[in-house]
Structure formats: C-alpha cells, structure tokens
Design a protein around this ligand. Structure first.
Ligand code: WT7
Length: 659
C-alpha cells in the first residue's frame, strides 16, 4: 500500500459527521471553542479546577518567552490527584486497570484502593532507599502494574521519574541515567515478549557499571530465573516494597515541581531530556483526555495501547486517565504474527469503548485482513484515536470501517513529547472529520502553519507547523541544556515554538500533518534521529563514513536506510558480505536498541556530496525510495549515484526487525 501523495491527501473529500447521539451527550460541545477563544488563560484555569489543589494559584500564567510558568503559587500532589482523591470520593472499589499479561498468560485487576496501597508502599520503599524530593529515578520496566506504581510513587514524593523504554539498549540507558544523574534505577529481572521470557536486568547491570552515582537498583521479579546480583546495590522489590506500610502521607508540591523527564531524539546524536512539571501538565492531559476521547468515567473502558516508556504512555495511560478516574485496560503485549486476533478478543471481553493506538499498528492489523475481526463483537467501541505519525486516509477509513463498525469517530491527535499533551485534534462530538487530517487546535491552543519568514500561510498553503502561544503542558526545558532548548524550538521564529513538522492548511483552514522537516525519522511512531544512527554506525571499527535517511515504508511509516562507506583496510568482498552488514546492524542495536536497526544498509565506496562537502541526503532518500533523481548538478561526482544505485539493486533487504 503506497503512502498517499500530497496531492491525493488534498483531494481527499470524504467527511464523517459525529454520530448524533454521541454529539448530543459529548463532554465537549461546540461552545468549548468559543469559551476558550474568549479568554484562553481563563479557559485553562477552569480546566485546572478539575484537579485537587492544596493551595490555589495566584497567577495563572507567567510568560517570558521561551519560559512559561503555569498556575504560579499553586500547590498539589500528582499522585493524590491520580489516585487518592478518587478513593476518598468513594471510588476505591472502582477498577483503575484491568491488567492482561503478554499473550494473556496472567491477569490482575487493580482498583483505585489497590493502587493507592501499592503507590504508598512503593513511595515508602523509595524513601527508605534514600530518594528525596528532587532526586531523579530511572525506570526501565515492561508494561506491568509495578511500573505504574513506581511512576506514581516518584510523583508522590516529588522525585522526577525518567522512564526509559525497555527496547533501548544498555548504552542508551546509561546515557539517560548519566544525563539525568539518577540515583536509583527500578527494573525487572526479565520481561515477556511474544510469549517468551527475555532478560532485562543485564542491560541495567551493564549500564550501571559506568554510573558510579547510582546507589540502588530495585528489581521486580517478573520472569524468575537466575540474575546477577550486586550486594548492597541491588534490592528485590518483594524484600523492600512488600514489607512497607500501605499508607503514605503525601506532601503538596509547587505547580512547577519537575514531574518527569523523557528523553527523545533530536537532530544531534545526543537525546534531549524533555522536562515536564506538575500543575499545567496534569491540567492539560486530564482535559484533553476528557474531551478528545469523550471519557465517561462511570461507563467507559479505555484502552491506550502504547508503552509507558513513551510520552503517550505517560500522558494517556497513567496521568490523564487516572486524574479522570477512568477504568483502563493495560495490555503487556504487542500485536505480532503469532497472535493476530488478541486485540479483538480483548476488546470483546472487556467491552472496550475507547481505543487509542498508532497508524503503524493500524496498518499492520489491516495487512492481516479485516476477516480476523469478523468473529468478534466490537460494538462496545465508540471512539477511536490515532497518534504518533501522519495517518494515511486508507488506514483511517479502514480503522473506522472495520474496527469502528462504521459508527465511531476517529480522532487523529497531533502532539509531541515536548507538548506533553494533545494539541491538534478533532473533538468526537463536534468535528466533522476528514480521513488523514488532525483538523484543528484543541480549545485553548494556538497553532498555525507559517512560511520561511514566519508568516501564516493562507488556506490551501503549506509550511511549518508552529505553536504561537504557551500552553499548560509545554516542556519547561531540556534537562541541563538551556541553550539547546532555545536553539531547537525558539530560534527559528520569534517567540514562537517550532515543532519540526511540515503541515498544510486545506481550503477550509483545517490542518494536515506532513511529517518532519528536520533530520528526525519516525519509525513506527518512534522518533529516531538520522545523526544518532550515523553516530552508532561510525562507531563500528570498519566504518569510515555513514549517512542515514528515512525512506517511506508501507507499514512502519518510515524505515531507516543507511549508506555506509567502509574504511580502506576492509576488503571489498568482505564489505559486501552479509556478515559485515549484520555486524553493522548489531552495532546500531547495541548503541541505541533494536528499534533503530536499519531496514537496509548499503555499502558503497563513496557518498554523494555537494561541492562544499555536504552529504546530499535528499538524493540518498530518492535513491532509497527509488525515485527519479532531481537536480544533481551541485554533486561533486555524479557517477557516485550510479554506483550507489547499482549496489542498492544488488543488496538484499534488511530483516526489518522494528520493535
Ligand atoms: C512527532 C512527535 C505524540 C506522542 C507520540 C509521538 C509525529 C505525532 C502525529 C499525528 C502526524 C504526528 C510528529 C511529531 N506525530 N502525532 N497525529 N499526525 N504526525 O511523540 O516521539 O515526541 O514524536 O510525531 O512528527 O513531531 P514523539
């Protein structure tokens, strides 16, 4: 299935109106836009009042570009907002999570009262391990209930968490632990992936070997079996957490208390620690969750099929749903060829009403065929969400037709790790949607599409997506690198946030996202920078030079294609061998993680460069996508491209081992 061309996108004329009943009862009515337009800040203040504040703020917003402070003077506790206040309101027996293990080999039902006790015990344990407010805690864990307890325990004691996706390598983990200067790491002995146990702790052991300031590693026993143990440093969860008292007195923190950092790829080799704080973040994740998914806490069963290791998991598995008192399904596994109908079994059994996932997953399910869905009753579903990358109209329509039975609104939500919460999205009871468009800014959000000079483009025009006013859940900076914060987001346009995405306004002024305009790739909704992969490749002793591009891929959105020049001492037949290519792929997996392994690696004696020595990435992308080459007159040696093309046609495709 080819990606839509820009032209096809803009000629997409199908419209889907909200179902009448949903519209009539929706949390968000059209007046929400008017209300927010009248006074943006007052709108957010009203949203903030859904939370429990120990002390109310005096000033809603202090804005001195590019630094925002929201709800200044206010004090609150994030974990109390997510858990305790629901128990106090009489909802202790309500299910917070139906947890289903990978492949449905185990299950746990966790009520709000259970969660309150687990969080209290974990908070007491972290305190016993010496963690104090302000200390960073790294979390490297699979999708199990203890991960959520750990995240909330950190929040409860004011210790910013730094969750690192379990698919990252020990090198990547080490970089994040060191950069965040985390003192405690929480992990598991192993995890289940596609039905099989795989180790987790060895990656932590390797990482922490070079992190002298890590005092403790707290380990949940998940898979059993032998683990290496460092006495004094390593402690078992069942020894330390289980014996703790199950109550914990929470302290209120400043609205701007750092809540967490989340590392994400930028255009350099070093990931950025995106910093989020408490009051504004919780306000916006809860409000967007309530309105974008039309959450009715008493009747909905909500399922966000992301991983807690990414921002989507933070905002829409943990904080948003819990602040709203939702009941969620938490599934540990991911769809894979050996377990193709698991999702539909789960939707039927748990009567899931709201499903939130990524286009890459939708395309995978689509590839397996809609016949797989037919035996299951999916009629409970009433809102479907998409996030992570542009969704092609075909996948959008398939999602609505086969998963949503042709009834459900599809909300395509655009946002980023940096924005913390949804920014551009339809509202399910209000917006007449267009397949493939994120449509309009959420109430209280100011977004635009501008040209090179920062001028808004007219309807029908394309350019760069920008955010023109501060928003409550915006990043507060890059951990330890203020210069990079200003440079990355605020230097391109004056007092305006540059998102790094290309976008288009259609004739009605609705927004279509067109993908990144920088050197960031989007692989299955995961953000990976070309420089990061290049850096990993040149770390291989036999590599002289490497260039990496994102090529369009029918399933993963983009796929990584690497062009590699071997060092002079590498024999030609060796460099052409499969073993060499495999060693390069392994090198990337080691430095970053399996998610960053190139789909294809082209070994070539030269890379195409301009006369000034710049690698011509656009040309490489054209080669990778097999397009006709554009203007190559500035190329130093035009024969290089022919040479690469010849090598390309000779080389075999990669294993595409994405996740
Ligand atoms: C980048 C942010 C937001 C959580 C998951 C990814 C792309 C995200 C959409 C969408 C088109 C999208 C953008 C953005 N993106 N959602 N609905 N339509 N593109 O978070 O890893 O910080 O990546 O993902 O390119 O900049 P992230």
């Amino acid at each position: 299935m080819p990606e839509p061309t820009l032209d096809a996108l803009l000629h997409e004329s199908r419209r889907f109106d909200p179902p009448a009943e949903l519209a009539a009862n929706a949390n968000a009515q059209p007046s929400l836009y008017d209300e927010a337009a009248r006074d943006r800040v007052a709108f957010w203040e009203r949203q903030a009042q859904w939370l429990r504040w120990d002390t109310k703020w005096d000033t809603a917003l202090e804005w001195e570009a590019p630094y925002a402070k929201w709800f200044v003077g206010g004090r609150l506790n994030a974990a109390v907002n997510a858990v305790d206040r629901h128990v106090e309101a009489g909802f202790g027996d309500k299910v917070a999570f139906h947890w289903v293990a990978d492949g449905d080999t185990d299950r746990r039902t966790i009520t709000y009262a259970d969660l309150q006790r687990e969080v209290a015990k974990t908070a007491n344990a972290l305190t016993e391990l010496g963690v104090q407010a302000g200390d960073r805690v790294a979390i490297y864990m699979p999708m199990i209930p203890e991960t959520i307890a750990t995240v909330l325990a950190c929040a409860r004691i004011g210790a910013p968490h730094n969750v690192v996706f379990c698919g990252f390598s020990s090198d990547a983990l080490k970089g994040r632990i060191l950069d965040a200067d985390a003192r405690v790491v929480v992990t598991t002995d192993g995890q289940y992936r596609r039905g099989a146990p795989t180790p987790v702790k060895p990656a932590v052991d390797d990482a922490v070997a070079d992190c002298p300031d890590v005092r403790h590693v707290l380990v949940v026993r998940r898979t059993g079996g032998d683990v290496q143990w460092t006495e004094g440093r390593d402690v078992w969860w069942h020894d330390v957490v289980d014996k703790q008292p199950d109550t914990h007195e929470a302290q209120a923190f400043d609205a701007e208390q750092p809540l967490f950092m989340m590392y994400t790829s930028g255009t350099t080799a070093k990931p950025k620690g995106i910093l989020h704080t408490t009051g504004g973040y919780l306000t916006q994740v809860a409000a967007t969750h309530r309105y974008v998914f039309d959450l009715k806490p008493d009747t909905d069963v909500y399922w966000c099929a992301a991983d807690i290791g990414w921002i989507t998991g933070h905002s829409y598995i943990v904080y948003g749903p819990l602040c709203n008192g939702a009941t969620s399904l938490l599934y540990e596994g991911t769809p894979h060829p050996g377990d193709q109908d698991r999702w539909w079994k789960l939707v039927e059994e748990f009567k899931v009403t709201i499903l939130y996932t990524a286009p890459t997953t939708i395309r995978t399910l689509m590839k397996w065929g809609h016949e797989l869905l037919a035996p299951y009753d999916l009629s409970s579903l009433r809102v479907l969400g998409s996030v992570g990358e542009p969704i092609n109209p075909e996948a959008w329509v398939w999602y609505r037709t086969y998963v949503g039975g042709g009834r459900t609104p599809v909300v395509d939500t655009w946002w980023q790790t940096e924005t913390g919460a949804i920014m551009i999205t339809p509202l399910p009871g209000v917006t007449s949607t267009k397949p493939g468009a994120a449509m309009t800014p959420f109430p209280g959000i100011s977004a635009d599409v501008v040209d090179n000079d920062g001028k808004p483009v007219p309807d029908g025009g394309g350019g760069f997506l920008v955010l023109t006013e501060p928003w409550p859940s915006m990043l507060r900076g890059i951990w330890g690198d203020d210069e990079r914060y200003r440079e990355t987001y605020w230097s391109r346009f004056d007092k305006t946030y540059f998102a790094g995405d290309g976008a288009k306004k259609d004739d009605d002024g609705d927004i279509w996202l067109l993908g990144r305009v920088d050197d960031v790739m989007n692989i299955s909704g995961h953000r990976i920078s070309t420089t990061e992969v290049e850096h990993a490749l040149v770390g291989h002793p036999a590599v002289a030079e490497a260039a990496v591009v994102g090529a369009t891929d029918p399933t993963t959105g983009q796929a990584i294609v690497a062009f590699v020049t071997p060092r002079g001492n590498v024999a030609e037949d060796e460099s052409k061998g499969e073993a060499f290519v495999q060693s390069l792929r392994d090198q990337v997996a080691k430095e970053i993680g399996p998610i960053a392994k190139p789909r294809q690696i082209l070994v070539t004696p030269e890379l195409p460069k301009t006369r000034s020595g710049k690698i011509m990435r656009r040309l490489l992308r054209d080669i990778a996508e097999n397009r006709e080459l554009g203007d190559v007159t500035t190329l130093l040696d035009p024969t290089v491209t022919d040479m690469i093309r010849t090598n390309l046609s000779e080389s075999a495709g990669g294993d595409g081992d994405g996740t």
